[in-house]
Design a protein. Structure first.
Length: 389
């Protein structure tokens, strides 16, 4: 391989949120990677720093054209640069859009279990979470279409936050499913806001469908949020792109982003994003091979050593979603026990609501030596818990 995915970067005591842990602890919870960043991105940052002058900046055509070309070449879809706005992150944009599009007391629909920060964006802004829970059966999740339609039809439901691909389950929604959701939202005058931050991280030759690529007739009430942050592990850049085909909706969202002071880039956001989207193809494709190997290793070890634990993850994200219902129905308790006994830190599924109290989430985007260590700790912790419970 051209790139280094084996070196363990020591991020302890470096202001890293993920690595602010005890020296004997191994964090596999927060969704950022432990690989070296693509050197093309680092080089672009270094070139920027050579200027020795860092005043106000504005995102220009070269940034939006880079986003456009990435989606055309990597995903085979058209993202018109005129549809795009800059934002300082996907989550800040979600919160701003919640405030601008919906009203106090409105319902914002989600599909639990789902990324826990959605709840903060909804509830902290005085809106209600309304979930159309994913149906779990035979170790798979599916949409309850009748329940989804009923809840979209509620007059107080004005916004749906869609996780595409889905975190934490790893589901890659099909084009048919995406268009059906877009159609239902249009039918009931609900804005469809799609978090697509994991869209590049899809394995097994499966393709994800960006919401902005749905049929033209369905585009008047859709918003897609994309970012290089998960793909290239550059979350601290605080750079994201809001893609809105409809001009009127775009102006409304743009006014909210500006009112909330979320539209100004930091000094590295523009060159690093452009480098990622113009020079990051080979790095990403090698990364996906590594993540797939990590998943295969984890699946083999867990299957061979933990007969009561089932792997439910779909082909998206680098996050392993584990059904531990035969071990415990209290994932917080189990996660706390594993941390205490082994030092391994995983995410309790309960924070994602829905049926997450019976699941754990593990981050596998690390050099194989760390993954091996983490899986050994997981197996040891669950065996001890089962023996003592």
């Amino acid at each position: 391989m051209k790139y280094d995915f084996k070196t363990v970067v020591n991020r302890r005591h470096t202001d890293s949120v993920k690595w602010d842990v005890k020296d004997n602890e191994l964090p596999m919870s927060i969704a950022d990677m432990d690989f070296k960043t693509a050197p093309e991105i680092t080089l672009a940052m270094q070139e920027k720093l050579k200027l020795d002058a860092f005043g106000y900046e504005e995102v220009g055509k070269d940034y939006f054209n880079a986003v456009c070309n990435w989606y055309r070449l990597e995903h085979g879809v058209n993202a018109d640069p005129t549809w795009m706005l800059f934002a300082t992150g996907v989550v800040p944009a979600i919160s701003s859009i919640v405030r601008r599009i919906s009203h106090l007391g409105d319902n914002v629909l989600v599909q639990e279990p789902v990324y826990n920060i959605f709840y903060n964006s909804i509830e902290n802004n005085g809106r209600h979470v309304l979930s159309s829970d994913l149906v779990y059966h035979a170790e798979k999740y599916e949409i309850d279409w009748q329940d989804l339609e009923n809840k979209l039809a509620d007059p107080l439901t004005t916004l749906m936050i869609f996780c595409n691909p889905h975190n934490p389950t790893g589901i890659v929604w099909t084009r048919t499913e995406v268009e059906r959701i877009a159609s239902l939202c249009q039918k009931y005058h609900v804005i469809l806001l799609s978090d697509e931050i994991h869209g590049d991280l899809v394995r097994d030759n499966v393709k994800y469908t960006p919401v902005f690529s749905v049929s033209e007739a369905l585009r008047d009430n859709i918003i897609s949020l994309v970012s290089p942050s998960k793909t290239f592990n550059v979350a601290a850049l605080h750079a994201a792109t809001v893609i809105i085909p409809d001009e009127n909706l775009r102006y409304i969202v743009n006014r909210g982003l500006n009112s909330d002071e979320l539209a100004e880039p930091n000094l590295l956001a523009i060159p690093a994003t452009i480098a990622a989207y113009t020079e990051g193809f080979s790095w990403l494709h090698e990364l996906l091979v590594i993540i797939n190997r990590n998943f295969n290793y984890a699946a083999k070890e867990i299957t061979n050593n933990l007969e009561d634990v089932k792997i439910v993850s779909g082909p998206a994200t680098y996050l392993l979603w584990l059904d531990v219902s035969k071990v415990s129905s209290n994932s917080q308790e189990l996660a706390d026990y594993i941390r205490k006994e082994t030092g391994l830190i995983v995410s309790p599924g309960s924070i994602y609501r829905g049926n997450g109290n019976k699941f754990l989430r593990l981050n596998l985007a690390s050099p194989i030596s760390m993954v091996e260590d983490g899986i050994k700790r997981l197996i040891s912790g669950i065996k001890k818990y089962s023996k003592n419970s």
